[in-house]
Design a protein around this ligand. Structure first.
Ligand SMILES: [Zn+2]
Length: 323
């Protein structure tokens, strides 16, 4: 037990803060959850992050000096070199907040900061679907689309820390406007809200569909989850909307397969609950478009860490630095 490595993983989100004391094998020793209450401003949020970290230390009964490091996954963009949160849209008023420094000053434990998608990639690589895999692309498809790249066994940051912004690969130049202001990005075509937007469009065109029935005619109730339910019940419109969205996802993935020659693409986020309705079209696009040697080398798989993905990813950020 003396050699058991312990780190704290903190998942700082726009609505929730989760912290966990985690060992080197990914076992959660103690955990804590609280609301972010982002609107109360950065100082209060930073104080809550500190409380959450102290809570897991106290609950576990270990000494702070026995904790090798703290990893934090926070909304991007992140300046990894200085450990600052730059200006995430879901943390209003955060302008280059030196979070690493603030945590270290208060807890005297070495702290590492990473954007949440990169943290999730490291988590899947160390503890989840990507164990033992050296070339891995992690893709989160949910409210937005993001990702992280593990290349040659290490997280790849790129020249200015912006690598892995998979959601903004353009696959349809005349397509719908994206949250980033450009047109036809993967995020604008395959995220949950994009799927819902397409389904609403079909409803407006008057195409008969079970989606309208499930939403009781109320467009505002249409979500990607509801579209998936309609598809499960055989609705043709729902199936087509999903197939189209996942075809675009496949186009993006095929380009990544050409570029990076990965062994594994891991999908997380709510839309990944589509299962084969997602993986099927992605596999097809890769088989059709990528070079055979690269297409044969790659598997697609769902993320494994589920509701603990945030804290385990953050813990993996610290463990990767401590290796
Ligand atoms: Zn975009």
């Amino acid at each position: 037990m003396a050699s058991r490595q312990l780190v704290i993983g903190i998942d700082l989100g726009g609505t929730k803060i989760a912290a966990a004391l985690v060992d080197g094998a990914g076992e959660i020793v103690a955990q804590d959850y609280r609301d972010t209450r982002a609107r109360e401003g950065r100082d209060k949020v930073v104080a809550r992050v500190l409380h959450s970290a102290r809570a897991v230390i106290e609950e576990s009964g270990v000494q702070a000096s026995q904790i090798a490091g703290i990893g934090i996954g926070a909304p991007g963009p992140i300046d990894v070199a200085s450990g600052a949160v730059v200006a995430p849209p879901n943390l209003p008023g955060w302008e280059r907040v030196p979070l690493k420094q603030l945590i270290e000053d208060n807890l005297a434990i070495t702290t590492y900061l990473e954007n949440d998608a990169n943290a999730a990639a490291l988590g899947e690589h160390r503890f989840g679907s990507g164990r033992g895999v050296d070339h891995l692309i992690y893709v989160v498809v949910g409210t937005g689309v993001g990702g992280g790249l593990i290349l040659d066994g290490r997280l790849y940051h790129g020249a200015s820390g912006m690598a892995g912004e998979i959601g903004h690969i353009v696959v349809k130049p005349d397509g719908p406007i994206c949250s980033c202001g450009r047109r036809g990005c993967l995020e604008a075509l395959t995220s949950g809200p994009s799927i819902a937007r397409e389904a609403r469009q079909r409803m407006r065109e008057g195409t008969p569909t079970l989606i309208a029935e499930l939403a009781e005619g109320d467009e505002s109730r249409v979500t990607a989850k509801l579209v998936a339910q309609a598809a499960e019940r055989g609705d043709k419109v729902a199936k087509r909307v999903l197939a189209e969205a996942m075809h675009y996802l496949g186009l993006g993935m095929a380009s990544l397969v050409h570029t990076l020659n990965p062994e594994l693409i891991v999908f997380g986020g709510g839309v990944a609950n589509l299962g084969e309705r997602m993986f099927g079209p992605v596999r097809e696009a890769i088989a059709e478009l990528a070079f055979p040697e690269a297409a044969r080398a790659v598997r697609v798989a769902p993320a494994q860490l589920g509701e603990n993905a945030g804290v385990l990813g953050a813990a993996a950020v610290a463990l990767a630095q401590l290796d």
